[in-house]
Design a protein around this ligand. Structure first.
Ligand SMILES: NC(=O)c1ccc[n+]([C@@H]2O[C@H](COP(=O)([O-])OP(=O)(O)OC[C@H]3O[C@@H](n4cnc5c(N)ncnc54)[C@H](OP(=O)(O)O)[C@@H]3O)[C@@H](O)[C@H]2O)c1
Length: 293
C-alpha cells in the first residue's frame, strides 16, 4: 500500500500521518503551505496547492499510489459563503481532478465530507438520507460527493463527519473545543448557541475510522461522528464541568443572533451503525477525550 494524504497540515491530516507512522504504512503527504506537521518527515511531504493540477499530476506521477485520503479543503464555512468561486474550485473541482486521476490509475479514493450536506431538519442522518445543503460549503462538498457517486467507478469511499476537535501542530484554525478550553479556563464569558445540535467528533476517532476504510478498501458512504448529538451550548457546559469553572460563564444565544454569512443546518448528528459494524468504529464520549486535548 502507498497512501497519499492531502491536507496533512490540517487536524485530521496530522492524525492520519501519525496513524501511518505508528502502523508502518508507506505514505506521502501534501498540503498547501510549508510542512507544519512536525511528525511528518520532510522527505514524505510536498507543498502543493490542489487547484494547481500540474503540480498535483507531478506528485501522482512521482509515486505509485494505491490509495488516496483527500482531507484538504476550504473548511471555513463563512469564508466559503463569501468566496464561492474559491470554495468550489478547492472543494469541488480539485477533488474531481484527484478523483479522475484515481479512476485512471485504479486508486482507492476516500473523500472527506460533512454533515453540512444535509439541511438539518431531522438530524440523526443515515448514509441513505438525501442531502440538501444550505450553504456554499455544503453545496461544494455535495458536488464533490456526486462526482464519486455517479461516476460508475466503485473503488471509492466518502467519510462524512461533524465538528472535528483535538490538538495538533501549528493548526491554521482553532476548533470549538480548543477555543472553549482556553476561554473558560481563563475565566472569560462565551456566548453559545442553544438551537443548533451537533455530534462532535474526536479527531483520533475519525482518523481510525478513515484508516479502517483504507486498510480494508471499504467502499461507499460512511457516517463517522461522536456518540452524542448535543447543542453547542451543551458542549460549553460539558467543558465548564470538566474544568470545574462556573457554567454562568456561558451565555445562551440563538443562531440567528450571530448574523453569520453562511446558513447552517439546525440539527445534524449521524446514525453510525454502518461504521460501527463495518469499520469497527468505536467513538469516545466527550468526557473520555477532554483529558487529552
Ligand atoms: N473540522 C470539522 O469540523 C469538519 C467537519 C465536517 C467535515 N470536515 C471535513 O474534514 C476534512 C478535514 O478537516 P480538518 O478539520 O482536518 O480541516 P483543516 O484543519 O482546515 O485542514 C484542511 C487542510 O487543507 C489544506 N488545504 C486547504 N486548501 C488547500 C489547497 N488549495 N491545496 C492544498 N491543501 C489545502 C490546508 O493546508 P495548509 O494548512 O497547508 O494551508 C489545511 O491544513 C475536510 O475535508 C473538511 O471539509 C471537517
Amino acid at each position: 500500500m502507498k497512501l497519499l494524504i492531502t491536507g496533512s497540515n490540517g487536524l485530521l491530516g496530522q492524525k492520519l500521518v501519525a496513524n501511518c507512522i505508528s502502523q508502518g504504512i508507506d505514505f506521502h503527504a501534501i498540503s498547501s503551505g510549508e510542512n507544519r506537521n512536525t511528525e511528518c518527515p520532510i522527505a514524505q511531504y510536498t507543498s502543493v496547492d490542489i487547484t494547481d493540477y500540474r503540480a498535483v499530476n507531478t506528485v501522482i506521477e512521482t509515486w505509485s499510489f494505491t490509495h488516496i485520503i483527500h482531507t484538504a479543503a476550504m473548511t471555513n464555512v463563512d469564508a466559503c459563503e463569501l468566496n464561492p468561486t474559491q470554495c468550489f474550485n478547492v472543494n469541488h473541482r480539485a477533488s474531481q481532478h484527484l478523483f479522475e486521476i484515481s479512476i485512471k490509475k485504479n486508486i482507492h479514493f476516500t473523500l472527506l465530507s460533512s454533515d453540512f450536506v444535509f439541511d438539518g431538519e431531522t438530524g440523526n442522518y443515515s448514509e441513505t438520507d438525501e442531502p440538501n445543503p444550505l450553504s456554499i460549503y455544503g453545496k461544494s462538498k455535495w458536488l464533490a460527493e456526486q462526482e464519486l457517486i455517479y461516476s460508475g467507478y466503485t473503488n471509492w469511499a466518502i467519510a462524512r463527519t461533524i465538528i472535528v476537535y483535538g490538538v495538533g501542530h501549528q493548526l491554521n484554525k482553532s476548533n470549538v473545543f480548543s477555543w472553549l478550553l482556553k476561554e473558560l479556563s481563563e475565566g472569560n464569558e462565551v456566548s453559545l448557541i442553544t438551537d443548533h445540535y451537533r455530534a462532535p467528533t474526536w479527531a483520533e476517532d475519525l482518523a481510525s475510522g478513515c484508516m479502517s476504510i483504507v486498510k480494508h478498501q471499504h467502499t461507499g458512504i460512511f457516517h463517522i461522528c461522536g456518540p452524542e448529538t448535543i447543542s453547542i451550548f451543551e458542549i460549553g457546559i460539558r467543558i465548564a464541568k470538566y474544568l470545574k469553572v462556573s457554567a454562568q460563564l456561558i451565555k445562551p444565544i440563538e443562531a440567528n443572533q450571530l448574523n453569520q454569512p453562511a446558513p447552517r443546518p439546525p440539527r445534524t448528528g449521524f446514525n453510525v451503525t454502518k461504521a460501527r459494524t463495518l469499520l469497527g468504529y468505536q467513538p469516545h464520549t466527550i468526557e473520555e477525550t477532554l483529558g487529552s486535548i
